[in-house]
Design a protein around this ligand. Structure first.
Ligand SMILES: *[C@@H]1O[C@H](CO)[C@@H](O)[C@H](O)[C@H]1NC(C)=O
Ligand SMILES: *[C@@H]1O[C@H](CO)[C@@H](O)[C@H](O)[C@H]1NC(C)=O
Ligand SMILES: *[C@@H]1O[C@H](CO)[C@@H](O)[C@H](O)[C@H]1NC(C)=O
Ligand SMILES: *[C@@H]1O[C@H](CO)[C@@H](O)[C@H](O)[C@H]1NC(C)=O
Ligand SMILES: *[C@@H]1O[C@H](CO)[C@@H](O)[C@H](O)[C@H]1NC(C)=O
Ligand SMILES: *[C@@H]1O[C@H](CO)[C@@H](O)[C@H](O)[C@H]1NC(C)=O
Length: 381
């Protein structure tokens, strides 16, 4: 079945439970941000900066930033920190050897130690840098399709990847992509066919920040009033002039009253192919292109079958400036296997006939095939 969008009137209840508690690691920085790693030491009286040594290291030996002889000494600095560190020289005299680290990256995570030595003593302080960002509150949304629902959970701005757990349903599909700042955007969806009321829950957990969200949504099977808007992108294949049934099924309600059912078939964004409401066909707004060519199987609607019979191909015939006819005949097809289409055009008054054929291979996207014989037709009586 082709792409279709359905808007269905139904009742949804969205509820959410939010819990956020910090694990309190020494420092937490989100990807792309700047952070000041704190380090303080007892300052000596009359501290001479020429005799002060400050060394910031990561892990056992990686040099993050060094300061001695009264200035920054960056020859041995690890390349990964090049241009990203800053020591506040004016703060050293008050015992503050904090280091600014800019453009935090996931690989910066780890243990940092600052070693400070002056004329009287040596001190050292360690801290753990955790690269993480809490997720924005996730949003849950639902889209009705011709034959069910797609429930989607979206969350963004977080790091690292969270756990996503769906309750009450199977077969979720989750994608996570990094945004320009290196935080994740997550989209997780499940597709459902409902025959009774169902509560769907989704949990999103970021353990490293002890962050957890629960979202839930209660879906009811569509009640008797439903509106189906079907944007046709038919999988069906029709030779010009032949008939085709475009399939559409929806979950039928018990005691469905056809008086309260609305079925709208559309072509493209707005062209009305066929409308049905108040228990009968309503063709005032039907596009002239489809006049007399559509048929809904009224006896099938009650069982959830809103398929539409479409007769003939799309042919448009118009006069050009010289009074000659131009004929364009086209149809939309989405072949699911290799297919040969034959178009035939006859001008009986001149005993003229053209046949064109075209072999199509399956395409990923909908394609339009034009089967115009390519001639101007002169009607000469
Ligand atoms: C150390 O200096 C930095 C930069 O001025 C400042 O942000 C930080 O608060 C200072 N720390 C202390 C303990 O004073
Ligand atoms: C999951 O979603 C992605 C993106 O929407 C899609 O390309 C992929 O085919 C889906 N996978 C499954 C198993 O549905
Ligand atoms: C819907 O009904 C069918 C059979 O009537 C059953 O197999 C299926 O599990 C039901 N689905 C749900 C979501 O209840
Ligand atoms: C391909 O489309 C035809 C016509 O709609 C259908 O009868 C057939 O089952 C489809 N085949 C597959 C493999 O989907
Ligand atoms: C829906 O109705 C059409 C027309 O009667 C029929 O061709 C088609 O097989 C029906 N589909 C189902 C699943 O019953
Ligand atoms: C029309 O053309 C066909 C084939 O070219 C020929 O067999 C037939 O006799 C022609 N009919 C008339 C009425 O000229």
């Amino acid at each position: 079945m082709g792409l279709h969008v359905v808007s269905i009137l139904f009742i949804i209840m969205i509820s959410s439970v939010v819990t956020t508690t910090s694990l309190q690691p020494r420092e937490v920085a989100s990807p792309g941000s700047d952070i000041t790693l704190s380090c303080s030491f007892p300052p000596s009286k009359n501290l001479n900066l020429n005799h002060l040594i400050v060394n910031w290291q990561r892990g056992e030996s990686e040099v993050v930033h060094s300061y001695y002889n009264g200035r920054d000494q960056l020859e041995r600095q690890s390349v990964v920190y090049k241009g990203r560190t800053h020591l506040f020289e004016d703060q050293l005299t008050v015992g503050n050897a904090s280091l600014r680290l800019s453009g935090v990256q996931p690989s910066d995570q780890g243990q940092y130690t600052c070693y400070v030595t002056d004329e009287q003593r040596s001190t050292q302080e360690s801290l753990q840098l955790l690269v993480a960002a809490p997720y924005d509150e996730p949003r849950m949304s639902v889209q009705a399709t011709c034959d069910g629902f797609v429930v989607t959970l979206r969350a963004s701005q977080g790091f690292p990847q969270p756990e996503v757990l769906w309750g009450g349903v199977m077969g979720s599909n989750t994608t996570m992509e990094l945004d320009s700042r290196g935080r994740y955007e997550l989209e997780s969806e499940v597709t459902l066919r409902l025959n009774s009321t169902l509560t769907v829950t989704a949990d999103l957990k970021l353990r490293v920040l002890d962050q957890s969200f629960t979202k839930s949504l209660t879906l009811h099977p569509p009640p008797a009033i439903i509106e189906v808007q079907f944007l046709i992108s038919p999988m069906g294949v029709a030779a010009p002039g032949s008939d085709i049934t475009l399939s559409c099924y929806f979950p039928p309600s018990k005691n469905l009253n056809l008086k309260y059912l609305i079925v709208n078939w559309q072509h493209g964004e707005s062209e009305v192919v066929h409308s049905y409401y108040y228990g009968r066909d309503q063709l005032e707004r039907q596009s002239v292109v489809y006049k007399g060519r559509t048929h809904l199987f009224e006896d099938q609607i009650a069982v959830g079958n809103a398929s539409l019979r479409l007769s003939g191909s799309h042919s448009r015939i118009g006069l050009d400036s010289r009074g000659r006819y131009e004929v364009h005949s086209s149809m939309e097809v989405r072949p699911n296997s290799t297919l040969t289409i034959i178009g035939e055009m006859r001008l009986d008054v001149l005993n003229q006939s053209f046949t064109r054929s075209l072999t199509l291979h399956p395409l990923p996207e909908c394609c339009e095939v034009s089967l115009a014989p390519g001639a101007d037709w002169l009607w000469d009586y």
